[in-house]
Design a protein around this ligand. Structure first.
Ligand code: DX5
Ligand code: ZN
Length: 218
């Protein structure tokens, strides 16, 4: 089903072998790239220079997830280097709609992300402004945490709003996605699935295929 997208997170990859790691996930839809700044989240990964090099060698386009303060200042740079999608956090952005418009004008898909404690109600009437909404299913900052099912009502609300208005906004979940939890997230309305440890822990091509199969309607 082309409506199911599996985006492995390279946060779980071996950072010193990034080229061979992205080559192992060539059957993915997009490569999910977690940018962290030690301020918005208590962890630090990499910035535009590294993301640009990953893009140079990746067989599939990049889905950049910015867990940083002041995305209004930094997000356009990731769109300019050619990321397919750039997602910033609602909690950090000063003007989410203006920022999404700038990202689209540069040519990237614009995404807005919410932490587990952040509601989606303020954004339901603004969905036309975004290409994707990322509902965090763990507290952002680290891989390998457990999926939080209490975030699922947000997926239901988003799916209902998207369907009611006939929009094509991708609904993404990120954190603790496994062959079991993906079933719950898909049933709640998600169509785009980020998975870090569950993909890189095994043979990535097999794990991607298994996640894809599990996400299809049962
Ligand atoms: C967490 C990151 C996630 C993380 C997911 O802050 O945004 O993308 O890599 O990792 P897993 O799938 O291991 O929970
Ligand atoms: Zn992420």
């Amino acid at each position: 089903d082309p409506r199911v997208r599996i985006n492995p997170s390279i946060l779980a990859a071996d950072f010193v072998n990034m080229q061979s790691e992205v080559e192992r996930i060539a059957t993915a839809d997009l490569v999910h790239v977690d940018v962290m700044d030690n301020h918005f989240v208590p962890n630090l990964t990499f910035g535009p220079q590294m993301v640009g090099r990953i893009q140079d060698v990746s067989p599939v386009p990049l889905d950049v997830h910015l867990m940083i303060d002041d995305p209004d200042r930094w997000a356009p740079g990731y769109a300019e280097l050619g990321a397919y999608s750039v997602t910033f956090h609602a909690e950090a952005a000063h003007d989410p709609v203006a920022l999404a418009r700038r990202l689209r004008a540069i040519g990237a898909r614009a995404g807005i992300a919410v932490k587990p404690g952040t509601g989606v109600e303020p954004y339901l009437d603004l969905l036309e402004e975004f290409d994707q909404v990322l509902v965090m299913t763990v507290e952002p900052g680290f891989g390998g945490q457990s999926f939080m099912p209490e975030t699922m009502p947000k997926l239901h609300a988003l799916r209902q709003a998207v369907a009611a208005r006939g929009l094509d906004v991708w609904l993404q979940v990120d954190g603790g996605i496994t062959e079991e939890t993906i079933v719950t997230a898909a049933a709640a309305g998600a169509d785009t699935f980020v998975a870090g440890s569950s993909v890189f822990r095994g043979e990535p091509a097999d794990r991607i295929a298994a996640l894809r199969a599990a996400a299809l309607p049962h």
